[in-house]
Design a binder for this molecule. Sequence first.
Ligand SMILES: [Zn+2]
Length: 504
Amino acid sequence: MSRHLLLAVATLAFPITASAQFSYEPPGTLMSPNGSAPTSRGYTDDRVFAPEMRFPMESAPAFLNSQIYAPGGYMGPSGGQCDSRNYDYPWFDNYCEARRWSMPLCPSGTGHQGQDIRPATCEDDVHWIVAAEDGTITNIGSYSVYVTTADGTRYDYLHMGSVAVSVGQSVSQGQRLGRASNEFGGTATTIHLHFNIRQNVSPHGSVYVPTYTSLIDSYEELSGPPAYRAQWVRQSFPLASTRFDVTAGEEIAGFIEFTNQGAETWRPGQVFLGTTEPRDGASPLQASDWVSSSRAATVESETAPGEVGVFRFSVRAPDAPGDYPQFFNLVREGEAWFSDQGGPVDDLIQVRVESVESGTSCEDSPWRCEGTSRVRCEGGVLEREPCASTCMDGACVDRVDNDGDGSFVPEDCDDNDPNVQPGRPEICEDGIDQDCRLGDALCAVSPDAGTPDGGADAGADAGRDPGATAGCGCRVAPNNDLPGIPAVVALGLVAWRLRRRRRS
Ligand SMILES: [Zn+2]
């Protein structure tokens, strides 16, 4: 990073990334043996299966990662379980980590059932674990506690110490159940909570559902949103998928808008639209109104959380004809890039200019939309007219929000249904794409319907099977106990894949 550029231009401090800032790898990104690069071989759906739940540890911070591939694990790099790397962000999903339990949603067909969570510090029997929702204690094993809610969702807590509840007792959300410990029915494991969510997913019956996204949501509720997070709203420049011809040397003015989804207010001179891929790279699109070669604009006005901030700047087509893509992200100068906090990621927001030679004449054509501008060719000359609001069918129009849900076409994929807009919880297999991404989601399926609650459930109730690679399977001692795939599961997987193909 050429951070000195910032100093030269804005006389501001260096951008830094605070490691204490919550961050997480995307769902499905699993840690790999011996600290090698993470592999994405887990379940990558980002649906939230338990939107109402509270984070199961009483207080933050907490750290989601692997108990077998991280320091202190039997396939991890050197270092003990109390290694500082285990008590740091980013979080890692381990729902599909290598275990023998039948897990139809995992690519291998087997997996870990739930998520391992380390408490704030590497201290045994200190950190309280609490009820994720109101419910009843339905089972207590030698180190497990189950809470079942009125709607049938079951939360499983494993490796519990100092259990403070009894079977049949009603508990309310946030009530203390016990403490995080290394209990494992005799042989100690690492100090952590293994956390499952089991739900009835019609018509498939009771299955372990992914917990990772529910944990992220509830953790942010517990600890507050990150200081700096944004969501792209729209841009006047054409999207990168649309060819954006600009005559060499010409400057085109425009804007990009983002919603402030963080905790901090954005202020002019502090929050900038910076170049990424690479960060702080001098942009070939720099125009006369840029703050510097790597800062296209600062936010136009003070933008509080929840409000939309506007970044106005021009792009200049380079003198040499050609294709000039440029990625951007927001940066709080002196503190952090938004991509290191809540996002967006660095390779998402883009303006892409095709520089064409001057004197190139176009073929006469009527008005058409290019992003939120409209263009036409008249007498061999390209005319561009930025719309104040947006462009539809070649005309500048006000943005429409028929259903009054605050989302506009085209981001709102059904503007006649207020229950449909980006960010809505997706309901599987109801024929409706509530969250406007990837169509209607598939429900979880159980491949081994002939063996209800087979090995998986028995294993999770480790109280019945102490000493086995039960539930968590998070051994500390060297013991290479990788799963095989029983024939019945393999057959089930085939059935599931066929089913999935038919539906998609
Ligand atoms: Zn576990």
